[in-house]
Design a protein around this ligand. Structure first.
Ligand SMILES: [Zn+2]
Length: 165
């Protein structure tokens, strides 16, 4: 939504604009904008008419948003392509000055945090910056010297950084 080209994004935990079969019977995701908007507009007290609930085109079962909720999360072709591009980017950046900038990731989220922390530890010239509010920061001792933790509202902190230039 901010205008980054799709081929430069890797949504490791998926994206709730897409739908997948809830038990992953086939390896394909579907853009869910239309049905999700319809459901949002017609919901009452968080409930929608059952005829609006999307059905899997293959098995007829329930669909769910393409977010890693459990072991049935699909790593479809699009996800794999993004993953490969990310791995390639990391490979090419080896040895260079790298900043891992983490915005608004909770301290307990290991899916996003762990790879960044591991790479920060392995890469000589890496810096890990984590920004989250409410004291929800976590920086392991092994990378503390190469890390910056900022406790604050992302919008306010970024605005302050722009003004510091
Ligand atoms: Zn299915």
């Amino acid at each position: 939504m901010a205008g980054f080209p799709k081929e430069r994004l890797f949504e490791i935990e998926g994206n709730c604009r897409y739908l997948q079969c809830s038990h992953g019977c086939h390896n394909k995701t579907y853009l869910g904008d239309e049905i999700l908007i319809k459901m949002a507009q017609s919901q009452e007290n968080g409930k929608v008419s059952s005829n609006l609930i999307p059905k899997c085109p293959e098995c007829g079962g329930r669909m769910q948003v393409h977010i890693e909720l459990d072991g049935d999360f699909l790593r479809d072709k699009s996800w794999q392509t993004s993953c490969d591009a990310y791995q390639d980017f990391i490979k090419k950046a080896h040895g260079k000055k790298i900043v891992f900038l983490e915005l608004g990731v909770g301290a307990r989220n290991q899916m996003i945090k762990a790879p960044f922390m591991k790479l920060t530890n392995m890469e000589k010239n890496a810096t890990y910056i984590t920004l989250n509010k409410g004291g929800d920061l976590y920086i392991p001792e092994a990378i503390a010297a190469k890390s910056i933790g900022i406790d604050g509202d992302i919008a306010e902190v970024l605005q302050q950084l722009v003004q510091m230039r």
